[in-house]
Design a protein around this ligand. Structure first.
Ligand code: 6K6
Length: 140
């Protein structure tokens, strides 16, 4: 089964957590989502898992390295998500960034201008679903 790494903001802000949850539910139809907790709305920006930061960092990078495809929701700017995207690009992974301009933040030029990532603007869950299907079809 394909291993999918999903990245979304945690300490950057949880305003889009509901969207992450919906995207993760869709992704579960295509493979194993290694980071299901990102969509958990009880995961708050200031009160996370019981692991310390070093353990979270090492675990997440190991998951990312072992994944077949990486998908990041980037409408809410997050240092951690940017850091993960940079690693995935360096490791030669296929990376899809989903960006909803209606959330009101302009996408960083470091993501919008990265030749290693595919950026897809979306407005509806249906748009995002199509983009993820196209992308995963190519990474198989
Ligand atoms: C949760 C709530 C408060 O602190 C946490 C720490 N827990 C984390 N658990 C799992 N993944 C994390 C955690 N913190 C950051 N990450 C990873 O970085 C996730 O894979 C996200 O894609 C990304 C979020 O980064 P920030 O900078 O928005 O936190």
């Amino acid at each position: 089964m394909m291993k999918i790494y999903f990245a979304g903001s945690i300490r950057g802000g949880r305003g889009d957590a509901r969207i992450y949850g919906a995207l993760i539910e869709l992704l579960k139809g295509y493979g194993e989502v290694l980071t299901e907790h990102i969509g958990n709305r009880s995961l708050k920006a200031n009160r996370g898992e019981a692991l310390d930061s070093r353990d979270i960092h090492d675990r997440d990078l190991n998951w990312l390295r072992s994944s077949d495809a990486a998908i990041a929701e980037v409408s809410m700017p997050s240092l951690g998500v940017g850091y993960e995207i940079a690693h995935a690009v360096q490791w030669g992974k296929d990376v899809l960034c989903l960006y909803n301009p209606a959330r009101g933040k302009k996408l960083s030029a470091m993501i919008a201008g990265s030749p290693g990532v595919q950026v897809c603007e979306y407005r509806t869950l249906d748009d995002a679903k199509r983009a993820m299907e196209d992308f995963l079809g190519k990474s198989e």
